[in-house]
Design a protein around this ligand. Structure first.
Ligand SMILES: Nc1ncnc2c1ncn2[C@@H]1O[C@H](COP(=O)(O)OP(=O)(O)OP(=O)(O)O)[C@@H](O)[C@H]1O
Length: 429
């Protein structure tokens, strides 16, 4: 196997249930490698691109995760075990594992973990909306070119999916690798992108290849590029010339041109990325696509979970059509996925549609409703009140509030900093 193509690394003792997990993962279409101890596993991490780690809870999960962190690997880790005491599972999650999977694993569970962690080329882009189809057609027409692509649009609009499609249609032989720029510490991001040499920092026990290099002949997808710290923007702008065969695709929910004007993003890098810009419309601007997408997601859940297909009732569809969808297609997918698993009847009804916080779906309101009393206030005052109120409703959760407001978490943090400096109290995180 080409070491660069490993998707799942399974770590466990020989002849354990983990071998069965490996067989199932392979059956689910994954490229799998098994390591029987932590040292071999770390060696694999250093030489290959691993999208997901599954480790037996009987091993030293905390130690392994600490080692991953020390060497600056950002990879999802699932702990797993056979009849493991709940305390072990909890300890693994406390140590930083993303989740616990009981063994023997079910194919559906492995497939779901994979779908969440792996970049799957060729997933279908559903939708008939004219603006969406134009975006997809344009993406197809430039897929084989080498020019960078900038994908813009609100959170959950399908930018990552379109990036995978462009790579799949590009005919490139190399891999598509993703670097998540949002919320990752600068040093981890730097190692992820550029790699490091043994001894570069105390825990750097071996050389590590960065994704910019690893993606030679393939595609490097920089998700939420506006989060890239200034120093790394500079390093990336310089490094691009040395990897001409790596195709860059970047995504952002922000207005990159505005960030350049504010001096928060390098003009040369923005210009480079902007060679081809593709904007994805928010879901509320393509309402006729909602039933198509809902049906698609319901069918996918039925297939992966081994459940009967449950169509949506007309009431459920009209509730979906009236919702505001701040999280766009990603949010719709989550709502339908939950409903398809939890629905008791043969069809998914309006009552089955709940948001991730357990609240019922609410119809969208006209944004100009209730705005009269605000006339006479400044935009700044209204903006501040809206931000603080939304944050309060989200119990201080910056990410949820910025999703709802349609601004980046960084913009939200900057605004809150200004409020705090002005002596205004802000809900705690
Ligand atoms: N047109 C579509 N057809 C089918 N699935 C879609 C479509 N658009 C988005 N999805 C699915 O919705 C989810 C969210 O999409 P995606 O991650 O591509 O959004 P994004 O714009 O990259 O989000 P973010 O801004 O958070 O990075 C994914 O599971 C994706 O596969």
């Amino acid at each position: 196997m080409d070491p660069h193509e490993i998707r799942i690394l399974l770590i466990g003792r020989p002849a354990s249930e983990l071998d069965r997990a490996a067989a199932l993962a392979a059956q689910a279409g994954a490229e799998v490698v098994v390591a029987h101890d932590e040292t071999t596993a770390m060696a694999t991490m250093r030489r290959a691109h691993v999208a997901l780690v599954m480790i037996d809870v009987a091993l030293d999960v905390a130690g392994f995760i600490a080692q991953l962190r020390a060497e600056r690997f950002a990879v999802p880790v699932l702990a797993c075990g056979v009849d493991a005491p709940a305390a072990l599972a909890v300890a693994a999650i406390r140590a930083g594992a993303d989740d616990y999977v009981p063994l023997p694993p079910e194919l559906a569970m492995i497939a779901a973990a994979l779908a969440a962690a792996a970049e799957r080329p060729g997933s279908t882009i559903i939708g008939q909306d004219a603006a969406l189809r134009r975006a997809v057609d344009f993406a197809g027409s430039i897929a084989a070119a080498r020019m960078p692509v900038l994908l813009t649009g609100p959170v959950g609009a399908g930018k990552a999916l379109l990036a995978r499609t462009i790579h799949a249609q590009s005919g490139r032989q190399g891999p598509m690798l993703t670097v998540e720029c949002a919320g990752v510490p600068a040093d981890v991001l730097e190692s992820d992108l550029f790699g490091h040499q043994a001894g570069a920092f105390p825990e750097a026990v071996a050389d590590r290849c960065g994704k910019l290099d690893e993606a030679r002949g393939g595609t490097l997808f920089l998700r939420d590029i506006d989060w890239l710290p200034a120093a790394l923007q500079a390093r990336l702008a310089m490094a691009l010339a040395s990897v001409p065969s790596t195709r860059l695709i970047a995504s952002t929910t922000a207005d990159l041109a505005a960030l350049v004007r504010d001096g928060r993003f390098r003009a040369d890098l923005a210009a480079r990325l902007d060679a081809a810009r593709i904007a994805l419309p928010p879901l509320t601007e393509r309402l006729p696509d909602i039933p198509l997408l809902a049906h698609h997601f319901a069918a996918r859940v039925a297939a992966t979970e081994g459940l009967p297909m449950r169509p949506l009732t007309d009431d459920a569809l009209s509730l979906l059509a009236g919702h505001g969808w701040p999280g766009n297609v990603g949010e719709l997918e989550n709502v339908v996925r939950r409903a398809a698993v939890l629905a008791r009847d043969e069809r998914i009804g309006a009552l089955d549609l709940v948001l991730s916080d357990g609240s019922r779906l609410s119809p969208a309101t006209d944004p100009s409703d209730g705005i009269d009393p605000l006339v006479g206030r400044t935009v700044e005052e209204v903006e501040r009140a809206l931000i603080l109120k939304t944050l309060e409703r989200c119990r201080g959760n910056r990410t949820s509030a910025s999703n709802i407001l349609g601004i980046s978490v960084r913009t939200m943090r900057n605004k809150l900093k200004i409020f705090i400096e002005a002596g205004i109290s802000v809900p705690a995180a």
